[in-house]
Design a binder for this molecule. Structure first.
Ligand code: SF4
Length: 677
């Protein structure tokens, strides 16, 4: 067994799961990873969660893709690299010729490296001439990118993770760090032990609520009212930071009028939180010298996701909690390289470093890449899947993502992929989406390649080769180079470092990201002229911080009704990850092998059902079966599913209504009913 093998070497690298970006050492024997070792020298201080520690065995799973596959007579059949790449070249060229570049789209991946994201968007833009490029950030923090950009001029986490320990108050809203960002969860508990105050606002009784000084359970989708209400009390009780507001911000007067009506009583009515608790939270925040707000999908995955982010930014500015240590706003990024994929321009409206698609920047990249580029910004992820369904997108290239399971209104997405003329999927496993493809390309996992990932706090960290990829699988960046060659382009990168050298020349945020600096663990990206990893210290990236009035209007696009009386919310759990592609092929599967629909015991008895019963969960878009688990952590009338299991694909049920500004879908709320089987 692997446990008895002698460890020949340790390879330091970055965890392949979540955006915390823990450093770890892979124990290697020959061509086998045999375990994971802690790395105390890094900012996670040796801490790893179960995913980092026990989730690595997928690297050597027998189910890894080892050869390219081409669909022949309806079946995916083993092929050579030449056959597969020639076919891709032929089919994309044909789509370009017949339908133009608007009929082509690509999804990049928050799982591949920065260097690979950079090459993929370069490939799509400069060779296939389309800006229809997006990735799963659209499903999580696109609302943060839009909202924080409007407020501060940058969509990223403003401070660093370990500053949690230097804070006076941590405010967690719409995030469940002990499950989704576990090492940040540990850090918060450590801070509480040191005397840092903790405030938690979540409809569910999450684990951190046990550690909180004040814990409130807002009705789902009422965060804007709660945040406005807290700001209202802070303003009325004169606990706000006048100096900061006067010197550093604009549009305060207009905004302050907009929160006038959000009295504790008014907000109590909307949120279901006692007005004394709203006042208590406001006082703790108003009296703190340093407060950090941590949030995640509970804020962003709503039709008012951008509004929620703006309300958070307003509160941080009102209390002067931006641009100093131990404070700030922390959107907790989900995937290990979702920050980097955004930074690299795997988005439809920006080039690397968020340079907007306009004439000036287009001309820069046309000369830098020595080619012509498309003028119009492209479509977002959900718009792309709709365009696939409608027949507008004829050929698509998906790298390391599994939209058939991860996109809302899943049936619609799957039907689109069944109809599309030509679909390429590049991945390490035959995912549910790959099963629908015309060509499948086998990629290397994080343990089989070099490169960098950027974590949630903007820290750029190395990924290092520990073993060779299985069979004929190849690193994604090598595949992109081979493909570019098929289209007559000579890309002369021989290492991932060569690609990073090019990135440093066109991406101002990465100007200091040389491999030497990254090796030394030194690079949190920041804007030119700044010495510290903290954003907005002297001034905001946009100059002044801008207050935005945000009104609470409704909780969700689809509220519970007579036919669908329950509210379904979705999320992650500690021992599985996303669509299960990796975690389910490791020991983690033993810890959490199946889906449970979590339901409050009173709701279960109202339905005359029992714990453990298999039931049908139905929404307007479809139905699935799942096992009921009674949980007093759930509010009455609200049920919870993960999106980890292909057997119980919860996104068949979810709603694809979008937040109009960020196009993030409302994965956190839809109406369902539960029926006897
Ligand atoms: Fe990996 Fe995230 Fe767990 Fe750290 S907290 S070990 S990065 S999954």
């Amino acid at each position: 067994s692997s446990a008895n093998k002698k460890i020949e070497r340790l390879v330091k690298t970055t965890c392949s799961y979540c955006g915390v970006g823990c450093q770890l050492q892979l124990k290697v024997t020959g061509e086998q990873v045999v375990g994971v070792f802690f790395d105390k020298s890094s900012s996670n201080k040796g801490h790893l969660c179960a995913k980092g520690q026990f989730g690595w065995e997928y690297i050597h799973s027998e189910k890894r893709l080892t050869h390219p596959l081409i669909r022949k007579n309806g079946e995916l059949t083993e092929a050579t690299w030449d056959e597969a790449l020639d076919l891709i070249q032929e089919k994309f060229s044909e789509a370009l010729e017949r339908h133009g570049s608007d009929a082509i789209a690509g999804l990049s991946s928050a799982k591949i490296t920065n260097e690979e994201n950079y090459l993929f968007q370069k490939f799509m833009r400069s060779i296939l001439k389309t800006n229809h490029i997006d990735h799963c950030a659209r499903l999580c923090h696109a609302a943060s990118v839009v909202g924080l950009q409007a407020s501060f001029g940058s969509g990223a986490m403003t401070n660093t993770i370990n500053e949690i320990l230097e804070s006076d108050v941590i405010f967690v809203i719409g995030a469940n760090p002990t499950e989704a960002h576990p090492v940040i969860g540990y850090r918060i508990k450590e801070a509480v032990q040191k005397g840092v105050k903790l405030l938690v606002a979540d409809p569910r009784k999450i684990e951190l609520s046990r550690y909180a000084d004040v814990f409130v359970r807002q009705n789902s989708g009422t965060d804007i009212a709660l945040l406005n209400g807290i700001a209202h009390v802070i303003y009325k009780e004169d606990l706000w930071d006048k100096e900061f507001v006067d010197n550093r911000t604009e549009e305060f007067e207009t905004w302050v009028k907009s929160i006038e009506q959000y009295t504790p009583e008014y907000v109590a009515d909307i949120t279901g939180i006692a007005s004394e608790d709203i006042i208590a939270m406001a006082r703790v925040i108003g009296q703190a010298k340093k407060m950090m707000i941590l949030y995640a999908m509970g804020i962003t995955q709503h039709i008012h996701g951008t509004g929620g982010v703006l309300a958070i930014a307003n509160l941080a500015m009102l209390t002067g909690n931006i641009g100093k240590r131990g404070a700030g706003v922390a959107p907790l990024r989900g995937q290990n390289n979702v920050q980097g994929a955004c930074d690299m321009g795997a988005l439809p409206n920006v080039y690397p470093s968020y340079r907007p698609i306009n004439e000036e920047n287009r001309k820069f990249f046309e000369s830098f890449w020595e080619t012509s580029l498309p003028e119009k910004p492209g479509m977002t992820l959900n718009e792309i899947t709709h365009a696939v369904y409608n027949g507008q997108i004829k050929a698509m290239y998906i790298v390391g993502e599994n939209p058939s399971l991860s996109e809302p209104n899943g049936k619609h997405v799957q039907e689109g992929f069944d109809k599309i003329d030509f679909l390429v999927v590049q991945d390490i496993f035959l995912t549910e989406t790959a099963e629908q493809a015309d060509v499948v390309l086998p990629a290397a996992s994080f343990a089989e390649k070099d490169g960098t990932f950027t974590n949630t706090e903007r820290k750029i960290q190395r990924v290092r080769t520990a073993v060779s990829p299985p069979g004929e699988a190849k690193a994604d960046w090598l595949i992109f180079i081979d493909l570019a060659k098929r289209f007559g382009q000579k890309w002369s990168y021989s290492t991932s470092e060569d690609i990073m050298k090019e990135i440093t020349q066109c991406s101002p945020l990465y100007r200091e990201a040389t491999y030497d600096q990254i090796e030394a663990g030194l690079v949190h990206w920041n804007y030119p002229g700044t010495e510290t990893p903290i954003l907005h210290t002297e001034k905001f990236v946009r100059g002044k911080g801008k207050f935005h009035p945000v009104e609470f209007t409704k909780t969700a696009a689809e509220e519970p009704c007579e036919d669908y009386p329950l509210l379904l919310t979705t999320g992650r759990t500690l021992h599985q990850y996303h669509t299960g592609t990796m975690s389910r092929k490791s020991k983690l599967e033993l810890l959490q092998p199946e889906e449970n629909i979590l339901v409050h015991p009173n709701t279960v008895s109202d339905l005359s059902m029992i714990d453990g019963e298999i039931v049908i969960v139905e929404s307007r878009r479809g139905e699935i079966e799942a096992k009921i688990r009674c949980s007093d952590k759930m509010p009455q009338g609200v049920v919870f599913l993960t999106f980890h299991y292909a057997e119980t694909p919860s996104n068949i049920l979810t709603n694809d209504a979008l937040d109009p500004s960020s196009k993030t879908p409302e994965l956190k709320s839809c109406a369902v009913k539960i029926k006897k089987k």
